[in-house]
Design a protein around this ligand. Structure first.
Ligand code: NAD
Length: 278
């Protein structure tokens, strides 16, 4: 079965499951993305700071897949929020990707201590109007950051890409997003392998019940919550495994058991707090 698409608040359609390239080395990116495309992935998530946009672009060019069948996201790095830097940075990303337009351009982190993310958001609105990005959104924005850009501009981001996995479910941001028609993209959807998610009875039990792997169960949990995700691997067999998730459905009880892995106090975060990245 093929990957379902979600319609964003600006009408753009995005494949709900994609391939994430954080920590995919520059010299391996073309091989890894080519394999992902062969296996049926059509949504690739990269970022200027990942250093692998050129390899992503080379794989896209070599694939022969029509541009309108692909969905490519990249991100504005933290030191390029000010002045005309967002336009220059996107131009450089497009050059490296070999594309004339990205499907989604994100502010990578709000960097609140610098207080320049509203300026960056205003620039992204212009870049979308100029056709350089089909959709625009944010990443690692918490509710105060979202409120600030929407109040000032009236433009609601298409997505907020945040750390989200069973031990860190971000209830405040997901509730705000649902109320404002912003789609959540889960980064670190498998917890980046930093805690024993796959060995929990909730995940392992569902995997045994369905004859699937724990990773496939966690990917289904995100999909059934309506989240967009793009797990990362550089191994072909795992790339294949991670997209082979459309032949089973978790029961409501299985989803609830995984929901219950959230400790409720924010302690399940495995990476940086957005207020502390500047
Ligand atoms: P992830 O949760 O996808 O974990 C990736 C790790 O999980 C891999 O390195 C591998 O060790 C393991 N894994 C993958 N498939 C597996 C399988 N089938 N079985 C067992 N283990 C498996 O973490 P991530 O890569 O950090 O997040 C996914 C994507 O999200 C990134 O590649 C990137 O595109 C994006 N991201 C964005 C931000 C941001 O600040 N916006 C931050 C981190 C990641």
């Amino acid at each position: 079965m093929s990957v379902p698409e979600i319609t964003l608040n600006d009408g753009t359609r995005i494949p709900q499951l994609g391939y994430g390239t954080f920590k995919v080395p520059a010299d391996d990116a073309q091989r890894a993305v080519s394999e992902a495309l062969e296996l049926g992935y059509r949504h690739i998530d990269t970022a200027a700071v990942y250093g692998n946009e050129q390899g992503v672009g080379a794989a896209i060019a070599a694939s022969g897949i029509p541009r309108d069948e692909l969905f490519v996201t990249t991100k504005l790095w933290n030191d390029r929020h000010d002045g005309d830097q967002p336009r220059a940075a996107l131009g450089e990303s497009l050059e490296r990707l070999g594309l004339e337009q990205v499907d989604l351009y994100l502010i990578h982190w709000p960097t609140p201590a610098k207080d320049d993310y509203l300026h960056a958001w205003q620039r992204l609105i212009e870049l979308r109007a100029d056709g350089l990005a089909r959709s625009i959104g944010v990443s690692n924005f918490l509710v105060p950051h979202l409120e600030k850009i929407v109040t000032a501009t009236g433009v609601v981001p298409a997505v907020d890409q945040i750390e989200l996995h069973p031990a860190h479910q971000q209830p405040a941001v997901t509730a705000w997003a649902a109320a404002h028609d912003v789609r959540i993209e889960s980064w670190g959807p498998l917890g980046q392998g930093k805690y024993d998610l796959f060995g929990t009875p909730a995940v392992a039990g569902a995997a045994a019940a369905h004859g699937k792997t724990p990773a496939q169960v966690v990917i289904r949990w995100h999909l059934q919550h309506g989240y967009i995700l793009f797990p990362k691997s550089v191994h072909r067999e795992r790339l294949a495994e991670n997209i082979d998730v459309f032949d089973f459905v978790l029961t409501d009880d299985e989803v609830a058991a995984i929901d219950a892995l959230e400790p409720g106090d924010g302690s399940g975060r495995v990476s940086a707090h957005p207020d502390e990245v500047n």
